[in-house]
Design a protein around this ligand. Structure first.
Ligand code: 6R9
Length: 654
């Protein structure tokens, strides 16, 4: 079906069987949405009952977006325990139900099915180990693990004793790991010998060893055996999880925490400076993750739900662990990559475990689409009922392939727009309530009030269609509370540019039907294979190299990754440019940050386009990287306009 105003945009209304099954249909969405914004207190006060509280809340919402006084508190006088909500309360009804299906990297290794009763015991044991190692309520624990069930045990064990976890993606380098351990002043790092991925192994323990050289010598290290490979061992600092677990008691009493006590810190990239520690708290976050998981994915009893993200990213936190387990769901954890042993792995796993909901990133879809349909069609995907997309805008071609080839035209696609900062989905179609448009994130979730602002005036644009920056007018329970140790940075980053609003950093379009389309970041954040990165981080890694005088980094369109990393590098005087040096700089960035930040393109730049006040004109660099020289805009304010001609003449092939 076509949209009347835009005949080229196809619109897919929900199918009748989807509507019949759905928790929320169109009428219910209207009614609930109106209630959620007209009386948030009453709405969320009611929804809060999804959780088990130790001491019930009497207050619901206490929030302010006013610069200088930003304050976000939900269910402020309630107490609970997050791990008890994800485990203990399910034991009476689903002790023997599978909580986690673990699918290892190597398909010849058996999958593991962990029931709620087993998960409960393993989390309790891990909690007791953490306490033995001196971790107490409020202490920080860094988790640097492969995608193995122990990562979930560690998260829930922290939650059980009221400790705050901070997961560092296993693809980050020792330097990045050290910065995060020090940033949150962690007492303990939990790691593994190696992380198998795509048939290769990342030496996590030796990375942790290298990182710990730059940390306080009181930081301890708990090591999980994954591959069994030898690692170096430092007595009194390193502890063997597999040995300790044999002795550990299998019950640990869940500690009572306040709804607003931090649950975790997750470092994420912004447009300036080093990554910031996004803080999420216990009550509102868990409620929001659980509710969005149930409603967006239309989760029902007996479903097998799979989110392919890594627990090192927020998607893994909310939609592999906390949301699904709070709902008593069966959640699949996959250690591997989509293309190992070959490009049918995702679909084989769907067939093997009869996956009903499948949630992945556009970059994976594009990569697999390029391998041809046969990898999909040879698998039995009849169990699939719903598909999800997250991490970056999905282009209509990839959407259509996902819909037709993977979903056989029968599975709705929920294109969920959200951020580390938002805790859960903010914009998404709901499968039984909304029509789908390929590439659109469509509608706000309950309680979410998106607004489009004029970037210049900061004024709200009420009419549609329109385009501008995407902000939120009011708080929702899953919103981040602060930047760890730096509330001022929190206020400055999200509440200073547009007064009275939360600024997402994304641009968007709202069409004539009032549906939202995300157009991408409007700041210096790029999105490479769904991984969010600040161009400033890559620049500071580059300039830390002795040969580099100056660097400017921008994103450019990349067929599979969404965006690639394009670096303009000015070398030190008398430093000769060479291909070897390019290679060296690539490796340098990989070790400074991690393989995900590896530059795709390095162009030698004798000079960078700067204003007379010395500000690099990134707009121009972006255009050159995009191969779009026709619209460079006004270059007359440049200190030396001729550098632009040189950069164009020597543009690298992308
Ligand atoms: C969940 C997550 C957040 C940024 C966000 C936006 C982009 C995420 C998207 C999307 C278009 C979607 N983004 N989902 N853009 N459509 N469905 O990815 O968190 O890593 O913090 O990234 O990702 O630019 O601002 P995070």
């Amino acid at each position: 079906m076509n949209s009347p105003a835009h005949p080229e945009i196809r619109v897919f209304p929900p199918a009748s069987d989807t509507v019949a099954r759905a928790h929320v249909d169109a009428a219910k969405y209207q009614e609930m949405y109106a209630a959620s914004v007209n009386d948030p207190e009453a709405f969320w006060g009611e929804q809060g009952k999804r959780l088990d509280w130790i001491k019930p809340y009497s207050q619901v919402k206490n929030t302010s977006f006013e610069l200088g006084n930003v304050h976000i508190e939900w269910f402020g006088d309630g107490t609970l325990n997050v791990s008890a909500n994800c485990l203990d309360r399910h034991l009476a009804t689903r002790a023997d139900q599978t909580a986690i299906i673990f699918e290892p990297d190597n398909p010849d290794e058996p999958a593991e099915y962990i029931t709620y009763a087993q998960l409960h015991r393993r989390v309790c044991r891990m909690a007791n180990i953490l306490e033995t190692l001196g971790v107490r309520k409020g202490d920080r624990v860094v988790i640097y693990l492969p995608m193995i069930p122990e990562a979930a045990y560690a998260m829930l064990a922290c939650a059980r004793i009221g400790a705050i976890h901070s997961i560092v993606f296993a693809g980050f380098s020792p330097d990045a790991l050290a910065a995060r351990i020090n940033g949150c002043d962690a007492k303990l790092v939990i790691t593994a010998d190696h992380a198998p991925r795509g048939g290769r192994k990342t030496p996590l323990k030796s990375n942790a060893d290298a990182a710990l050289l730059h940390c306080k010598d009181t930081v301890k290290c708990l090591v999980v055996k994954r591959t069994g490979d030898q690692t170096t061992w430092i007595a009194d600092r390193d502890f063997d999880y597999n040995e300790m677990v044999l002795e550990a008691n299998d019950y640990s009493r869940p500690v009572e925490v306040n709804a607003e006590d931090p649950l975790f810190i997750l470092y994420t990239s912004g447009s300036t400076g080093q990554p910031k520690g996004v803080v999420h708290t216990s009550g509102g976050y868990l409620l929001y993750a659980a509710m969005t998981h149930e409603i967006t994915f239309d989760y029902h009893e007996g479903d097998v739900y799979w989110c392919t993200a890594d627990v090192g990213w927020v998607t893994g936190h909310s939609y592999i662990v906390y949301g699904p387990l709070a709902n008593g769901a069966t959640t699949l954890m996959f250690e591997g990559v989509p293309t190992y042993p070959d490009a049918s792995r995702f679909w084989q796993v769907c067939e093997k475990h009869k996956v009903t909901q499948f949630y992945t990133a556009p970059t994976a879809i594009r990569a697999l689409m390029g391998q041809g349909d046969e990898f999909v069609s040879k698998c039995d995907l009849s169990s699939l009922r719903l598909l999800g997309s997250v991490g970056e805008p999905i282009n209509p071609e990839a959407w259509t392939w996902y819909h037709e080839v993977v979903g056989k035209g029968k599975c709705p696609i929920v294109d969920t727009w959200w951020q580390t900062e938002t805790g859960g989905h903010l914009l998404t179609p709901l499968p039984g309530a909304h029509a789908l448009k390929p590439g659109a994130a469509m509608k706000p979730f309950f309680g979410v009030q998106p607004v489009v602002l004029d970037p210049q005036s900061g004024e709200e644009i009420p009419e549609s269609p329109t385009e501008g920056v995407l902000c939120l007018r009011d708080s929702w329970p899953g919103q981040m509370r602060t930047v760890w140790g730096d509330h001022e940075r929190f206020e400055k980053t999200y509440f200073a540019d547009y007064k009275g609003y939360y600024f997402s950093g994304d641009g968007c379009r709202r069409d004539e039907d009032g549906d939202y389309w995300i157009t991408g970041r409007v700041d210096d954040v790029i999105n490479v294979s769904g991984h969010r990165m600040g161009t400033a981080e890559v620049e500071s890694a580059l300039v830390a190299h002795v040969a580099v005088a100056e660097a400017a980094v921008v994103g450019y369109p990349h067929e599979i990754k969404g965006q690639g990393i394009y670096c303009y590098v000015t070398l030190m005087h008398e430093q000769e440019p060479s291909d070897e040096l390019k290679k060296e700089l690539r490796n340098w960035v990989r070790t400074e940050i991690g393989p995900i930040a590896s530059p795709d393109v390095i162009q030698w730049a004798p000079g960078l386009p700067k204003t007379r006040s010395g500000k690099i004109m990134r707009r121009i660099l972006r255009k050159i990287a995009e191969n779009d020289f026709g619209s460079l805009g006004d270059t007359s304010t440049l200190a030396d306009p001729s550098v632009v001609d040189d950069l164009i003449a020597n543009r690298a092939n992308t």
